[in-house]
Ligand binder design. Structure first.
Ligand code: FE2
Ligand code: FE2
Length: 193
């Protein structure tokens, strides 16, 4: 069974930055959940005849929207004003590594999604330990478990449709790219800064 092990661990610097600016991280997180739902939907648009995607992604998109609703409730509870926030360069930089031709594009898209979910799993788990508010800590621990299921789902979708050695090789490459992107802390506090 292929496992997904991130090529780097999140630094103490990120934990410090995120907990000091939890309002910005929560605002960014609300956007991340919307994007996660949107990405699942765009895969459905791009591959309308792919039975496995059609079967598994609608419930995933619904779950991500429920996450968004719950993050939004925490923003309201904590009195954090909603404002537009620029995204971290993280996802954009990862997406630059998607190969354009098929079926490679599908493989890369599934693997990048798996990696983003795995990093979210790691970081939300850290917020589950370090967030300043006890209700938030509980919420993040619950959420981290969901994001763990999501990276497994995307990895399984890749393994069902591509040979294992091809998945492994590409996964290793993209994991290195991801670790490199996060190797210096983005100055703006974000989930993926
Ligand atoms: Fe989520
Ligand atoms: Fe997710």
């Amino acid at each position: 069974m292929l496992a997904l092990e991130l090529a780097s661990r999140t630094s103490e610097d990120w934990i410090e930055q995120a907990t000091r600016h939890i309002d910005l991280v929560l605002l960014d997180h609300a956007n991340c959940e919307k994007k996660a739902a949107g990405n699942a939907l765009s895969l459905l648009f791009r591959y309308p005849a792919n039975g496995r995607l059609v079967e598994t992604l609608p419930p995933l998109a619904r779950e991500e929207l429920q996450h968004f609703e719950r993050v939004h409730r925490h923003l309201q509870r904590l009195g954090i004003p909603i404002k537009p926030l620029s995204a971290a360069p993280y996802a954009g930089r990862l997406n630059q590594h998607l190969r354009r031709s098929e079926p490679e594009h599908l493989l890369d898209t599934l693997l990048v999604a798996a990696i983003i979910e795995a990093r979210s799993h790691e970081r939300l788990g850290l917020l589950g330990i370090h967030a300043p508010d006890p209700e938030l800590r509980q919420f993040y621990l619950w959420l981290a478990a969901a994001e763990e299921r999501h990276w497994q789902l995307y990895l399984d979708l890749a393994l069902e449709q591509f040979p294992a050695d091809q998945v492994q090789e590409r996964l290793d490459t993209l994991l290195q790219v991801e670790a490199e992107i996060l190797s210096s802390l983005h100055p703006e506090p974000r989930v993926h800064s």
